[in-house]
Design a protein around this ligand. Structure first.
Ligand SMILES: CC(C)C[C@H](C(=O)NO)C(=O)N[C@@H](CC(=O)O)C(=O)NCc1ccccc1
Ligand SMILES: [Ca+2]
Ligand SMILES: [Zn+2]
Ligand SMILES: [Zn+2]
Length: 160
């Protein structure tokens, strides 16, 4: 399917990263989800053990799907389009350094999660260099971030 039929979407965090506290990871993901639910009629519910639409986890190299990670740099994360089973799931490359703020050294977890969740909701990459769904990483400060126009139009086309 190209989008979630139900606008109330559940998510579960299966594996955390040692780079950040659980609280920091939960906050990064909550902020990243809020970016999207502020732009379209979507509701995200965190579940701990039950079945969830979107499962978020950190993994290294070969990790149970046909898209093994590549060590530090390069691919940072990937997400599956809406659907059953792995549909909507997001995997973050544990070989990256995941950060909360803006550090030259690592990658900001909020920023990457916001991009990946765009894929989990059904968006593909955008050609607009100012968009969140542009293929290349740019740091965005989660506390002051508003979704660029191109992405807002994209999510509204699917769920508006
Ligand atoms: C072909 C896919 C699997 C590449 C992968 C991606 O786009 N995942 O959604 C990825 O990790 N892309 C890198 C590209 C790069 O290293 O520049 C990236 O930074 N993705 C995360 C991202 C992209 C745009 C904005 C924020 C975060
Ligand atoms: Ca990598
Ligand atoms: Zn994967
Ligand atoms: Zn992407």
């Amino acid at each position: 399917q190209i989008k979630w039929k139900n606008h109330t979407i559940t998510y579960r965090i299966d594996q955390y990263t040692p780079d950040l506290t659980q609280e920091e990871v939960d906050t990064s993901f909550r902020l990243a989800l809020k970016i999207w639910s502020d732009a379209a009629p979507l509701k995200f519910i965190k579940v701990n053990h039950d079945k969830a639409d979107i499962i978020l986890s950190f993994a290294k190299k070969t990790h149970g799907d046909f898209f093994p990670f590549d060590g530090p740099k390069g691919v940072l994360a990937h997400a599956f389009a809406p659907g059953e089973d792995m549909g909507g799931d997001v995997h973050f490359d544990e070989d990256e350094i995941w950060t909360m703020g803006h550090s030259k050294l690592g990658y900001n977890l909020f920023t990457v999660a916001a991009h990946e969740l765009g894929h989990s909701l059904g968006l593909s990459h955008s050609k607009d260099p100012s968009s969140l769904m542009y293929p290349n990483y740019n740091y965005y400060n989660g506390a002051q971030y508003t979704l660029p126009r191109d992405d807002a139009l994209g999510i509204q086309a699917l769920y508006g």
